[in-house]
Design a protein around this ligand. Structure first.
Ligand SMILES: [Cu+2]
Length: 717
């Protein structure tokens, strides 16, 4: 199990003062030298920029002697204090000193869609430019360097510069302190009026408005010069910008944690769901820091500032709702929880459905994210591991005790009497939502991760997992003015079998207040929204079949999770998924864990074929007998689940009959997905070379899992 069921999900480790003193000394030691030879650099080849190592070893021997002497004294003192100093307690609220029931709801207001990036200057596009990055980058995990060469590509008419920054934002209602957060900033305009707003920084960041067939470039700039807001865990595979050796116990509590790991902060932006060359995909090893260190997968379209990378987005896929967020190795959970996310919308001039849909102020992206706070307004995050001997700071799943929509906790939105289009993303670390409207009204889902659904679907509830998007229409036309409708949630944490939500806090998302203003009348929609998917699944017979399990590795002594894996393999094991460009593959994925995982693949979109229950215990025993103890140090021997299936297969839900880059894989079930390693528009190959660059990844979008092994590299060959 992912969350330690023996304990509550809201369990964390508390240290008393003696333990804290010990950890502070250990922190100093952790700073001054490597405590262990267990080196786990992010790249087998290492980062060419290793200035950090020299700095870390500069502590003099004298200082070291003093530190060790102090440590001995503290340990002796600690022995007099009961060693139960480190104890596990259960709290009614998971983390954070601000009681969520004291935060007034519906005081925050959502007054319109988030601002939209404006682009740097007047159009400069036309002709072609040469992708001039001829530096070698490493294929993820393989240690093999490839030269990405030169390519001529269309010169984009619009170029953007977007900065990753730290700032204060009023996330809690007025009257509460502001919150130190991370977000994205750039020149922006009002999404409805187009009026220039100058430089806008926000969390979530402004929205990209893009058009199919019109590429853009974005210069992503890391301006985060302060340390990570939350504890970085250097015992997991992580970006490790200073290339420090993995520390050993005793681990200092956070704060300060392992100070060497807290700064500089590696960042890299991935546009989730975008068809893009891997040199611009923003994969986990492509990070860069504010002081100019680069990950082994770093790449930039053309030379730029050391704290930046320029990415090229072709916008070649059908119109849909994408989002961008940080993806740095082993730090995605802390970087995302710190605020690094935003919307990326792609539209198309040939889209026949869009004119039938609400637009302008009636089209509203909604980013749903859970957060916890301290009384000083700061963000709270679980900074102590459930399995501290293995991972002192990694917490298996973060569940906040408040819900934030578009960067505001429990907001209200005044709506006209008419139809709205809400493009929803679950931008939470780990929380699934089962959304309903408090008046019981139904709504219509028209789109999903990769575009329009096969057909519109009328729903009364919507399950959405981290990383998934849902494009829905809600009609307030016949709702009397003054009516207040609450968007509610009742998804257990972890999903689906965990603890129930608190109906007074995480059971509520946002409120709609219907005004007397007349809005937009709904248009009737065609029976088939997406003719390409008229029969679903529409992908042909696969040329390759793969079986890949979801498996959690547990510390058998503490019965707490150590890591979560894909197929029993760790992140840095040799690449095992090498789909051929243009071919169709079917992946059969038995989930051996007790929780659902939203599994996400870069570059392509899946079609969900089926789900079927199976004998998990028997399959797990046989699979482990075949392979040995996980994680494996050899390629996984696949076990066909065919002989373990029970019940009968069920097809995708009506609102899953579309292109899915993120698929909910339920516990106790084998999920079958198909992908064509080619564009979703049906053409043979991408308008870029998908075979070159650092490669792609597939991973769990519970980002706390992704950070601790539930991610694997893959390359298109
Ligand atoms: Cu997961």
């Amino acid at each position: 199990m992912i969350a330690p069921k023996k304990l509550s999900l809201s369990t964390y480790v508390v240290h008393d003062h003696a333990a804290h003193a010990l950890c502070s000394v250990a922190s100093a030691l952790c700073e001054s030298l490597s405590l262990s030879g267990r080196k786990r650099a992010s790249s087998p080849l290492g980062d060419p920029e290793t200035k950090g190592i020299d700095m870390d070893h500069k502590t003099s021997k004298k200082t070291l002697t003093v530190l060790i002497a102090v440590l001995i004294v503290v340990v002796a003192f600690g022995a007099m204090v009961p060693v139960s100093a480190q104890r596990v307690v259960t709290q009614p609220l998971d983390v954070g000193t601000l009681d969520p029931t004291t935060i007034p709801k519906w005081v925050n207001q959502l007054t319109g869609p988030p601002p939209v990036y404006a682009g740097d200057s007047a159009a400069t596009g036309g002709g072609s430019i040469t992708q001039s990055n001829t530096a070698s980058v490493n294929v993820q995990g393989s240690g093999n360097a490839v030269n990405i060469g030169q390519q001529n590509i269309a010169n984009p008419p619009t170029k953007y510069t977007v900065k990753m920054m730290q700032f204060n934002q009023q996330i809690l209602p007025t009257g509460f302190p502001m919150t130190k957060t991370w977000g994205y900033g750039g020149l922006a305009k009002d999404a409805v009026t187009g009026k220039s707003l100058g430089f806008v920084k926000n969390s979530p960041g402004p929205t990209f408005e893009t058009k199919e067939g019109t590429p853009i470039t974005v210069k992503w700039v890391n301006e985060i010069t302060s340390p990570s807001l939350f504890a970085v865990d250097p015992t997991i595979h992580w970006a490790n910008p200073k290339n420090i050796p993995t520390p050993s116990p005793p681990y200092p509590t956070f704060p300060p944690g392992c100070v060497t790991a807290q700064s500089p902060v590696p960042l890299v932006t991935h546009v989730h769901g975008l068809e893009v060359q891997s040199t611009s995909d923003g994969g986990p090893n492509a990070w860069f820091t504010a002081d100019g260190r680069h990950g082994p997968g770093y790449s930039t379209l053309m030379p730029t500032d050391k704290n930046a990378a320029i990415y090229y987005y072709p916008n070649s896929q059908p119109p849909t709702t994408l989002f961008y967020h940080d993806h740095a190795l082993g730090m995605t959970r802390t970087n995302l929880a710190s605020g690094l996310a935003g919307f990326y919308l792609e539209r198309s001039a040939t889209d026949k459905i869009a004119p039938l849909l609400p637009s302008g102020k009636y089209e509203m992206p909604l980013a749903i994210q859970d957060r916890s706070f301290n009384t000083d307004g700061s963000l709270a995050f679980p900074n102590a591991g459930v399995n501290p001997q293995d991972h002192p700071y990694w917490f298996p799943e973060f569940f906040g005790n408040t819900v934030m929509v578009n960067g505001k906790v429990w907001p209200n939105m005044n709506v006209d009497q008419g139809q709205y289009r809400f493009r929803i993303v679950d931008g939470s670390n780990a929380r699934f939502y089962n959304l309903t409207l408090s008046n019981g009204m139904s709504f219509t889902q028209i789109g999903v991760d990769g575009g329009y659904l096969r057909a519109p679907v009328t729903l009364k509830n919507l399950i959405i997992a981290p990383g998934e998007r849902a494009d829905i229409l809600v009609d307030f036309s016949n709702i009397p003015a003054g009516t207040k409708i609450i968007m509610k949630n009742d998804a257990n944490t972890p999903f689906p079998g965990g603890d129930p939500v608190d109906p007074n806090t995480t059971g509520q998302i946002m409120q709609f207040t219907v005004t007397s203003k007349l809005g937009r009348s709904p248009s009737s929609l065609p029976a088939i929204l997406n003719p390409q998917l008229a029969t679903f699944p529409s992908l042909g017979t696969p040329t390759t079949q793969r079986t890949k399990t979801l498996y959690e590795v547990t510390n058998t002594t503490s019965d707490t999770p150590m890591m979560v894996t894909l197929d029993g393999q760790m992140w840095d094991a040799p690449i095992s998924e090498t789909p051929k460009l243009g071919t169709t593959e079917q992946w059969t994925i038995p989930n051996l864990t007790p929780d659902a995982h939203p599994i996400h693949i870069h570059l392509v979109q899946w079609q969900l074929v089926s789900r079927q229950t199976f004998d998990v215990a028997k399959y797990t025993a046989d699979w482990l007998a075949l392979n040995g103890k996980a994680p494996f140090n050899h390629p996984t021997i696949a076990l066909n689940p065919a002989n373990y299936l029970t019940g009968s297969p069920s097809g995708p839900d009506a609102n899953e009959q579309g292109w899915k880059d993120t698929v909910r894989m339920n516990p106790g079930e084998v999920t079958v997905v198909k992908a064509r390693f080619a564009p979703t528009d049906g053409s043979y190959s991408f308008p870029f070379n998908a075979r070159i660059g650092p490669g792609y990844v597939w991973h769990c979008h519970i980002v706390d899992h992704e950070d601790n092994e539930m991610m694997r590299p893959y390359v298109v060959v």
